[in-house]
Design a binder for this molecule. Structure first.
Ligand code: PAF
Length: 323
């Protein structure tokens, strides 16, 4: 081997053994969220930035307001490591990691306590681990919240009222299937969707109350039904290879800061929910606080048996996840 080649090999070995920690110190982490400042995702991202920058030399640059494209596109950029981290809604993950479908199931969680019990327990850890198949490091679950239906056609009290409504759904095969089963006419789209609602390309959408308030959807949607049909998590992730290449103490710190940010953000979301509802009422939305959910549940019971992803046994997956 030529002398320069030997030196190169020695340098690489040296960098791997001793040099990488220094190489990372002070580096800038790019973090993507699709939503705008003041949104639930941004609250988590900003808390993470504050904690990590206070405790290390890392800088966190948050790319927000769809500046990196849709959530699906941000996930692709994280996979390519052009963006290192993201706070992303669980919905679009299910195309990358089918196991995520289990937490997007309709009417799976009864309340926030049940959510915390499952996502902070062994099932949540199993799910974060499953993300590694798609080269994501799952760090924590922050939250979007329980999703509710808004539309501009008619008040929705029973599932029959949903019939034929053109609804925007997340870029998620499960969500599309759900609204098809409920009798609506679903179209998957990225976020945001104000213009589409304003122009009538779509009649309806479904999202937690903070979204309806922050994105002023009350200006273009008259009816709100508190269906809470799906609990929507945010999954806080990093590129797996980038993360694994960091020194162990940095990995531990990044994980801890994101977990703390997620706990802070879940509380922020829950503390503000009642306030968002009052504001939406005051803004003139017609709210059905007690829609007939039994009619919805009856229609979606079959979703557990559907083969929406290449013949995978959804029921078995759900069982394993809940064990
Ligand atoms: O509907 C969505 O795409 C998501 O719920 C949103 C608005 C990006 C928040 O996570």
């Amino acid at each position: 081997m030529k002398i320069w080649a030997k030196r190169l090999v020695l340098l690489c070995v040296g960098l791997l053994v001793f040099g990488l920690p220094q190489a990372w110190a002070g580096s800038t982490i790019k973090l993507g969220v699709v939503t705008k400042p003041g949104s639930a995702q941004n609250v988590c991202a900003e808390k993470f930035k504050e904690l990590l920058e206070a405790r290390s030399d890392y800088q966190v640059k948050i790319y927000h307001s769809a500046s990196l494209g849709t959530e699906t596109q941000i996930l692709q950029q994280i996979q390519m490591n052009t963006v290192q981290m993201g706070v992303i809604t669980a919905g679009p993950f299910d195309v990358f990691v089918p196991e995520v479908r289990v937490i997007n199931y309709p009417f799976l969680f009864a309340n926030a306590q049940e959510v915390d019990q499952i996502l902070d327990g062994p099932a949540g850890r199993k799910l974060l681990k499953a993300l590694e198949k798609a080269r994501f490091k799952g760090l924590a679950f922050s939250e979007n919240g329980f999703r509710h239906l808004t539309n501009n056609v008619r008040p929705v009290h029973t599932v029959d009222d949903v019939k034929g409504i053109k609804i925007r759904v997340m870029e998620s095969a499960l969500h599309k299937e759900l609204w098809r089963l409920l009798g609506a006419n679903p179209t998957p789209m990225g976020w945001p969707i104000y213009t589409e609602l304003q122009q009538g390309t779509i009649d309806a959408q479904e999202n937690p109350l903070w979204v309806i308030w922050t994105y002023k959807l009350y200006e273009v949607q008259k009816y709100l039904s508190l269906t809470g049909h799906v609990y929507s998590a945010h999954i806080d992730v990093a590129n797996l290879d980038w993360f694994n290449g960091l020194p162990p103490k940095d990995r531990e710190l990044i994980q801890r800061c994101m977990q703390e940010a997620a706990v802070y953000q879940r509380k922020w979301n829950r503390d503000n929910e009642a306030d968002f509802l009052s504001k939406l009422k005051a803004a003139g939305m017609v709210v059905d606080e007690h829609p007939d959910l039994a009619t919805f549940r009856a229609k979606v019971a079959d979703i557990r048996n559907l083969d929406i992803y290449s013949g995978k046994d959804i029921q078995a997956m759900l069982q394993t996840f809940m064990e």
